[in-house]
Design a protein around this ligand. Structure first.
Ligand SMILES: [Zn+2]
Length: 351
């Protein structure tokens, strides 16, 4: 008589395990796999003259000190790193870039980290994003979270040296027909223009902090000496494009949102500078508009789009609610078992 009941219990467990696996696949694999079907394709006419650029802004790998619920730091790091890795791999495979540019704030607590902590952050960073190869150049910029520069967290020589020792590179370089300049508003380092005889080169400026929003002395000096056609920057965590006429007075800002999911195409000339402010790739930055920047430069034209990533917080909230319900249900079951097993006191009948 007990067999059907046993089968029922067995079927219940099989159902629970199947649901768990199905949920894992949907929320941790499928959602990310299908996100690439929303990506805009940017086509090159001549592969040899085309430069594909993947832009990564503000990954801000979580540090070991500042999490609000400190006992959960390990779990928070695991989930955030896992998300960065998954979304980056999808964007990377889609773009097949010649160059990957990390636009600063690589670490959340880089500027305040001990050397030991900094080394663990660097190892995690390379575990997620890999290294430069012969065919794909990786470019790293420091942000205020890496070397200081915001509020009381000041820039020091030691922090700057530590960053450049970890991510050693020159401030100028050329790939194909493009000259790149790494500006640094935080240290105000002057960048010398690249001397070459080719007049048809495109100048691209790279900056952690947007350059065209304010026009201070350093910013104007860099614009004047390096004459960028294009600037890629980060720090804001939100996507936008600033189009500035070279007389400096005429400036337009265009906000980019996932709902519109557009390609932006501009001819490059000495008349305008376009600054593309790339959104954050991390879901921890207080926005659900998360993504990687993707640009191709071919001849005297640029095409740009954002490869939007899936949101993460609704999934984490769902997991939290599920965990709470499961915990509550388990507690009731345990209580029931305890009550059943408790020895009963028999009433003594009067003789
Ligand atoms: Zn920043």
């Amino acid at each position: 008589m007990t067999r059907p009941r046993k089968r029922l219990v067995f079927n219940k467990y099989v159902l629970i395990i199947t649901v768990i696996f199905a949920m894992y696949y949907i929320f941790e694999v499928y959602l990310y796999k299908v996100s690439k079907y929303n990506f805009n394709k940017l086509e090159c006419v001549d592969g040899n003259k085309c430069l594909r650029i993947l832009l990564v802004a503000d990954p801000q790998l979580i540090g070991l000190q500042n999490e609000i619920i400190h006992p959960l730091t390990g779990l928070a790091i695991f989930d955030s790193d896992w998300y960065l890795l998954k979304t980056y791999n999808i964007a990377f495979d889609f773009v097949n870039p010649h160059v990957v540019i990390f636009l600063g704030d690589l670490f959340d607590e880089g500027s305040t980290a001990t050397q030991k902590e900094f080394d663990t952050y660097k190892a995690r960073f390379h575990g997620i994003y890999g290294h430069s190869t012969e065919f794909i150049k990786h470019v790293y910029l420091p942000g205020d979270n890496d070397i200081g520069g915001e509020g009381y967290d000041i820039v020091t020589k030691e922090k700057v040296i530590r960053f450049y020792n970890a991510f050693h590179q020159t401030n100028t370089f050329s790939i194909k027909m493009v000259n790149f300049y790494k500006y640094n508003i935080l240290t105000r380092s002057f960048i010398e223009p690249i001397q070459d005889n080719e007049s048809n080169k495109i100048n691209v400026g790279l900056s952690h902090i947007p350059l065209l929003k304010k026009s201070g002395g350093y910013e104007l000096e860099m614009l004047k000496s390096t004459k960028p056609h294009v600037i890629f920057s980060a720090h804001d965590h939100f996507a936008s494009i600033i189009d500035m006429k070279h007389n400096g007075n005429d400036k337009n800002t265009l906000k980019i949102i996932p709902k519109e999911n557009k390609i932006f195409r501009y001819p490059l000339s000495d008349l305008n500078t376009y600054e593309f402010i790339v959104p954050t790739v991390s879901y921890r930055m207080g926005t659900d508009k998360i993504g990687h920047g993707y640009a191709i430069i071919e001849g005297e034209n640029i095409s740009y789009t954002v490869l939007w990533s899936p949101v993460r917080f609704p999934t984490l909230i769902f997991y939290g609610v599920l965990l709470f319900i499961t915990g509550f249900y388990s507690m009731i079951v345990v209580c029931k078992i305890y009550i059943k097993k408790r020895p009963r006191k028999h009433l003594l009948l009067p003789i």
